[in-house]
Ligand binder design. Structure first.
Ligand code: NDP
Length: 283
């Protein structure tokens, strides 16, 4: 049986076109991204997010603060943005410099403007099964699975990785779709015992090709969230040889990557709709 590749680009392009339509319906959508310092990888991410936002008609502001910015200064800036009626959505690019407490900064965001879905209120809503603003990468994975009509109800899903940004929200979304979810991490014993049981395997680890073909169940769905820069270029967390066994698999690059930005833009529309009262933000 040959594998069906789940490519992110066409799905992401469609979502971005839909977002552009929605931006016209809503009118003005203000997105402010905040980057503290000059980390080169963060700079690239911010540029990509801006380009996509502007293409969709979102009014995006690229706020850059020097690396020496202290926590109080950043919090004061965020308070200003929280209070600004022209700003619907705020994104604080992580990681922040070490002298700033990330958790404190995320908590300071107005939850309804938290376009990344990282604020504890939004994370709590997801935990409670009431999706509000959900991190874009796992949302993107769900959109890919939906697009290919992957049966999740009753399926065994295994997520490798338990970060707040990918692994945990991913596991919650899969559970809400009625999959039976196992979360694996660096302390998991005999990882292959779990992965071989997975109808749907999501790898979000950050270790190149750590999922070898012999860890993959025949006929399964394999989603590779990993983006690892190596001498051989960008590679995922799954050995491409797994395509010999999987029924569906996401490529790297060109898989989950493009979905993240598309879903971030969807979240910006959601923020704007919350603020305009088109949809209720939970009190
Ligand atoms: P983190 O480093 O925050 O989390 C990695 C997770 O993998 C941790 O839970 C860790 O376990 C677990 N882990 C590490 N080593 C092993 C191992 N040997 N066996 C099992 N589990 C292990 O990374 P992120 O969640 O932020 O990102 C994961 C990957 O996804 C990265 O490659 C990142 O670049 C990529 N990514 C891609 C995005 C996209 O748009 N496609 C967006 C965001 C991330 P523990 O908790 O025990 O430490």
């Amino acid at each position: 049986m040959s594998v069906t590749l789940i490519r992110g680009k066409p799905i992401a392009e469609r979502i971005r076109t839909e977002v552009a339509e929605q931006v016209k319906e809503v009118g003005h959508i203000g997105l402010v991204t905040v980057l503290v310092g000059d980390d080169p990888a963060s700079d690239v991410y911010i540029r990509l997010k801006h380009k996509a936002a502007v293409e969709a008609g979102i009014d995006a502001t690229d706020l850059r603060l020097p690396a020496e910015t202290n926590e109080a200064e950043l919090l004061a800036k965020l308070a200003e943005l929280d209070a600004n009626a022209d700003v619907d959505a705020i994104l604080v690019q992580l990681p922040l410099p070490k002298h700033i407490d990330e958790a404190k900064v995320i908590r300071a965001l107005e939850p309804a403007k938290d376009v990344d879905g990282f604020h504890p209120f939004n994370a709590g809503q997801l935990y409670l099964g009431r999706q509000t603003l959900v991190p874009a990468t796992p949302l993107g994975v769900m959109a890919m699975l939906t697009e290919h009509e992957i049966q999740l109800d009753g399926a065994r899903a295994v997520v490798i990785g338990r970060s707040d940004i990918v692994g945990k929200p991913m596991a919650h979304l899969l559970m809400q779709a009625n999959a039976t979810v196992t979360i694996c991490h660096s302390h998991t014993r005999d990882l292959a015992r779990h992965t071989l049981d997975a109808d749907v395997l999501i790898a979000a680890v950050g270790v190149p090709a750590m999922v070898s073909p012999d860890m993959v169940k025949a006929g399964s769905v394999v989603v590779d969230v990993g983006i690892n820069r190596t001498e051989a270029g960008i590679v995922g967390d799954v050995d491409p040889g797994a395509a010999e066994l999987a029924a569906f698999m996401t490529p790297v690059p060109g898989g989950v990557g493009p979905m993240t930005i598309a879903c971030l833009l969807q979240n910006a529309v959601r923020c704007a709709r919350y603020r305009r009262g088109d949809i209720d933000y939970p009190a």
